[in-house]
Design a protein around this ligand. Structure first.
Ligand SMILES: *Cc1c(COP(=O)(O)O)cnc(C)c1O
Length: 427
């Protein structure tokens, strides 16, 4: 077959794996902790990062490596690192760039857990997250100073569904010689959106959500765009000799993959948030049907958004696919294949009505998660965004009467029936 760029649907079932020495057609699960050395010299070479290979599963694993290569292909990056969770992907990314005294500028529209990680835990480590007033390049630039080491944004922010103008943010990051990091969890592993193709340098994402898709396995990913100059003088972790690798200078030795190599060699080794090979294997099962699930989920979300808008008990529906959404135009520019699997709506009757609704659904699951094959309802004000005060909640778009619906694969008529009976319970 002539060499052509393969489509997403093809890559999701093939990238990163051709049958190995066993001829196993499905991706094998290598549930092992360690790997035999050919000789003492081979062991030493592996430890020196002079040859590629496996040492210990805290660093890497053959099943995990297939998952990583597949996701790098789907996101349009040159390499990827899989980790225990989306949050560990964020932590390792930030610590792979910054040290005490450094800061980064972030969009204000963040997942609640990310809010805590950035403004509570990172603060304790002496790394400052600076929250811009909006996700625009203009607002983010105001907070940049000489210690700023990155820009950070979510793509399809949770739960406001903002789609940042990634090309403008990439241009701003480039102007200051710092990387643009994008949380693409809601971009569904690259199927809806590929920030790297628009100039982002690093993608972080939770594989726990649509990538795995079955609500059974935690995982996170760092995708390396391979398009950032870590040798520009602002990043000593790449240009000064490494204490723990015989004075290796990562930028000199690894060039375009320096970021990925350092993530594994220094951060996974020292901080330890390795993904279990079993989880990598489970997540690969999810990836193989990613586009099919996301197509159907987006169709259901669009249809439910239009249907909910007509209901007199619903005050407001917030979905990127609706023309009245503030980010609809940017969504049309940066998204493909659909407008996402999540919508929010506000219900008449305020906080109590929203709580009653969440408690009254029968088929729909009341919990905190997104991206499952089963439809999920969440009341963000009392759960995911609970740690924020009322003012910060409203600024992030989390109103007391707001409910978040993550669409699954059920028949839409069954979902509508469940929603109707839950609305009836409020009255
Ligand atoms: C869930 C989520 C995370 C965190 O991922 P975990 O796998 O739960 O650690 C980060 N960002 C966004 C947008 C998320 O939805």
């Amino acid at each position: 077959m002539a060499k052509k760029e393969l489509h997403f649907e093809t890559l999701q079932v093939h990238a990163g794996y051709t049958p190995d020495h066993t001829k196993s057609r499905a991706v094998p699960l290598y549930q092992t902790t360690a790997y035999s050395f050919d000789s003492a010299q081979h062991g030493a070479d592996l430890f020196n990062l002079d040859v590629a290979g496996y040492i210990y599963t805290r660093l890497n694993n053959p099943t995990t490596a297939i998952f990583e290569q597949r996701m790098a292909a789907l996101e349009g990056g040159i390499a990827a690192v899989a980790l225990a969770s989306g949050h560990s992907a964020q932590m390792v990314t930030i610590l792979n760039i910054m040290k005490t005294g450094d800061n980064f500028v972030t969009s204000p529209y963040l997942y609640g857990g990310t809010h805590n990680q950035f403004f509570v835990s990172f603060k304790d480590m002496g790394i400052e997250a600076r929250k811009a007033l909006s996700d625009t390049a203009q607002e983010m630039e105001k907070l940049i100073d000489e210690n700023t080491k990155a820009l950070y944004t979510e793509n399809i922010g949770n739960p406001y569904f903002n789609v940042p103008d990634i090309e403008k943010l990439a241009a701003l990051a480039n102007k200051y010689g710092i990387p643009l990091i994008v949380d693409n969890t809601f971009g569904c592993g690259g199927y809806l959106s590929q920030p790297i193709k628009h100039g982002a340098n690093i993608v972080v994402e939770s594989a726990t959500k649509w990538i795995g898709g079955h609500g059974n396995s935690m995982g996170g990913l760092i995708i390396d765009g391979g398009n950032f100059n870590w040798g520009n003088g602002k990043f000593p972790k790449y240009t000064e000799p490494s204490e723990s690798y015989q004075d290796t200078i990562f930028w000199e030795k690894f060039g375009a993959v320096a970021f990925t190599m350092r993530c594994v060699a220094e951060n996974l080794r020292d901080l330890g948030p390795a993904i279990s090979p079993f989880n990598s294997w489970q997540l690969i099962q999810g990836v193989e049907t990613l586009s099919v699930r996301v197509d159907k989920i987006c169709q259901t979300a669009m249809a439910l958004a239009l249907w909910l808008q007509e209901n007199p008990e619903v005050v407001e529906v917030n979905y990127l696919g609706l023309e009245n959404h503030a980010y609809h135009q940017l969504a049309k520019k940066y998204l493909r294949n659909g407008f996402g699997g999540v919508l929010t709506f506000r219900i008449k009757g305020g906080l109590q009505a929203a709580k009653t609704f969440a408690e009254s659904v029968e088929l729909i699951s009341h919990l905190v998660n997104v991206g499952d094959v089963r439809t999920i309802i969440t009341h963000p004000a009392s759960t995911t965004h609970r740690q924020m005060n009322a003012e910060t909640q409203v600024a992030a778009g989390v109103f007391p009467d707001l409910l978040r619906l993550s669409c699954g694969l059920e028949h839409i008529d069954d979902l509508k029936d469940d929603i109707m009976q839950a609305i009836a319970k409020i009255k």
